[in-house]
Design a protein around this ligand. Structure first.
Ligand code: C2E
Ligand code: MG
Ligand code: MG
Ligand code: MG
Length: 280
């Protein structure tokens, strides 16, 4: 009896594994031609000044609608893009789209409009990264101090000296570096000490419960105070409610991002947000 049960459990797991592997292979196969088929689109989510709720910039967030698989989330396809190296051309596409839009918005709405880009480990380690970035800034006449590169602990994890070198070169060029998902990693604090960050983005998992969990509120308050003590800007991710917003305002958090202000939206829709804020 128990032998049979064992065999069924075994079958269940192999079936599950096969399904997962199959899906992964399909995603990979489709992703290889996604750029060429123009299935990728850059969405924009407002970065908001906590004091007056005005949009000061945007984070570029990739969306993929595939001919066979339908919509695939970044949490599923970005890791695959990373593992296969496809993130390098895809990341370049994101920068191109985002810089084009940002340059336009600077011209039409606010000259210091900031654009934030997510940069994954493989992209960051690519030897041509800085060259491509500089060339794109030049091409779009975009000031480097308006560009923010968001990296997670994963970028720093290897301890490779090339990473430190790249970070200091970026610092010299004048682009800002943000630590994304702050608080979720293992060594965020020591990384903040060792590298030239300008901004910390407190992970949305901490913001989520600040109105109900005194411990989380305490942690977010401490993260904000620490950021300010180190001369960093602090962005709260995942602000969804008015109550969360009020607490963050009281804690003197600098910037916020979240569904309360807007979901990530396509370019035209983002443009409408700017238009609305800049009329009168
Ligand atoms: P992230 O950089 O931490 O981006 C923030 C994520 O939180 C986005 O998920 C955004 O849609 C979501 N978000 C924003 N406000 C709220 C809110 O109020 N509530 C909740 N629950 N979520 C909120 P998204 O767009 O699904 O992206 C997931 C992750 O995929 C990103 O996390 C980033 O790590 C990665 N990613 C997205 N686009 C790119 C890209 O162009 N390049 C790279 N390398 N990674 C990207
Ligand atoms: Mg990000
Ligand atoms: Mg994040
Ligand atoms: Mg994330």
């Amino acid at each position: 009896h128990s032998k049979e049960l064992g065999r069924n459990t075994y079958n269940f797991f192999t079936m599950q594994m096969n399904q997962d592997m199959n899906r992964r292979l399909q995603v990979e196969e489709q992703l290889r031609s996604a750029l060429q088929r123009q299935e990728l689109e850059v969405y924009f989510q407002p970065l908001v000044d906590i004091r007056d709720r005005k949009t000061i910039g945007a984070e570029a967030l990739l969306r993929w609608d595939n001919v066979k698989l339908g919509k695939v989330t970044p949490d599923e396809f970005i890791p695959i893009a990373e593992q296969t190296g496809l993130i390098v051309p895809i990341g370049r596409f994101v920068m191109e789209q985002a810089f084009t839009a940002a340059a336009q918005w600077q011209k039409n709405y606010q000259n210091n409009f900031r654009i934030a880009i997510n940069v994954s480990p493989k992209q960051f380690r690519d030897s041509a990264f800085i060259e491509v970035l500089t060339q794109l800034l030049q091409e779009h006449q975009l000031a480097s101090h308006c560009v923010e590169l968001e990296i997670t602990e994963g970028v720093l994890l290897s301890g490779d000296p090339v990473i430190a070198q790249t970070l200091s070169e970026l610092n010299n060029i004048g682009v800002s570096i943000s630590m994304d998902d702050f608080g979720t990693g293992y060594s965020s604090l020591s990384y903040l000490r060792s590298y030239p960050f300008d901004t910390v983005k407190v992970d949305k998992s901490f913001i989520n419960d600040i109105t109900v969990d005194p411990g989380d509120l305490e942690l977010v308050g401490a993260a904000i105070a620490m950021g300010h003590g180190l001369n960093l800007n602090v962005i709260a991710e995942g602000v969804e409610t008015e109550e969360q917003y009020q607490l963050l305002n009281a804690l003197k958090c600098n910037y916020g991002q979240g569904y309360l202000f807007s979901r990530p939206v396509p370019l035209e829709e983002f443009e409408q947000i700017l238009q609305r804020e800049h009329q009168t």
